[in-house]
Design a protein around this ligand. Structure first.
Ligand SMILES: [Cu+2]
Length: 298
């Protein structure tokens, strides 16, 4: 009797541990295989109960010409989802990156004025963006339905010129971004697909540890992790070492100290082997510092 009880507890803990640690992985699988070129409300279906799509205005985008990207979020019966949950201070997060990883943007409908009741009623959320170079881009969108975060991604082709460069392998681990010197260190020497790894960021300014980093959109750090072939997109958040790590549900109501540093950790499960670019955004002196590093996953 006693023995059986212990076994049941073990099984429950094991299952809980698996689902808790692999949430990023699950999202990526959910969004996989639904990329579209020049989409016109082409839906991205998954096991989830929501169907997200994007359309662009104009439909065919040219580098240097302003475009509007409209995210549309519906349920399986094609009805607009009118009650998105605000997560990380915004209704919809739109992440844009070029395949050569020289271009990155993280924007929101709220950045262009207030969200109208018409947007909420139709669940269509526009953002404006001018793609600077021609070539392939990934557009990732994040939103939350009933407190549950959902992440989808799409592929967009931009015509015209100048062409973006070809992707380069860049394993530099110390770089300067704005005023800050950033050391990026994957804790494990070799990163293996499917296994959780810890990535650490250390921030210095003029040789001194930076202890006054600031939250950005209610997280110590926002990260967009994108595979070199643009087929995988993960949006995750940094943690302050020593603070209790939070599950996804708790991310919705994260409390972040007003100031922290110099270290930020991130726990990630990479879904497959290959090169990934990791864009990390952190607040500093009222601005957002964008960091960019590459890892190779075996
Ligand atoms: Cu955002």
């Amino acid at each position: 009797m006693n023995n059986r009880f212990i076994r049941i507890v073990f099984v429950v803990l094991f299952v809980f541990g698996l689902t808790g640690r692999n949430h990023v992985f699950a999202e990526t699988v959910g969004g996989k295989g639904h990329q579209h070129e020049n989409m016109q409300y082409m839906p991205s279906m998954s096991e989830e109960e929501t169907v997200a799509s994007i359309k662009t205005e104009p439909e065919h985008i040219t580098a240097g010409t302003p475009a509007t990207i409209v995210s549309s979020i519906k349920d399986r019966q094609e009805r607009p989802i009118t009650d998105l949950t605000v997560h990380h201070d915004r209704l919809v997060h739109v992440v844009i990156a070029s395949q050569d990883f020289s271009v990155f943007a993280h924007i929101h409908p709220e950045d262009f004025g207030s969200v109208t009741s018409e947007m909420k009623k139709t669940a269509q959320y526009p953002v404006k963006y001018t793609f600077p170079k021609a070539g392939r881009y990934i557009v990732g969108i994040d939103y939350a339905v009933k407190e549950r975060p959902v992440s989808k991604h799409f592929s967009v082709h931009v015509a015209g010129g100048p062409e973006m460069g070809s992707p380069k392998k860049d394993m530099e681990r110390e770089k300067r971004f704005g005023d800050l010197d950033v050391r990026f260190s994957p804790v494990q020497e070799h990163i293996t697909a499917g296994k959780e790894v810890k990535l650490s960021y250390l921030f210095r300014k003029n040789g001194k540890a930076v202890t006054d980093l600031e939250p950005y959109l209610s997280a110590p750090m926002h990260l967009a992790i994108i595979s070199g072939d643009l087929t995988r997109f993960m949006h995750t958040h940094g943690e302050i070492p020593g603070e209790a790590p939070m599950g996804h549900a708790e991310h919705m109501h994260m409390t972040v100290p007003k100031q922290f540093g110099p270290q930020i950790d991130v726990h990630v499960v990479f879904p497959a082997k290959g090169l990934y670019q990791i864009f990390g955004q952190v607040g500093y002196q009222g601005k957002v510092i964008l960091t960019s590093f590459m890892v190779e996953v075996e």
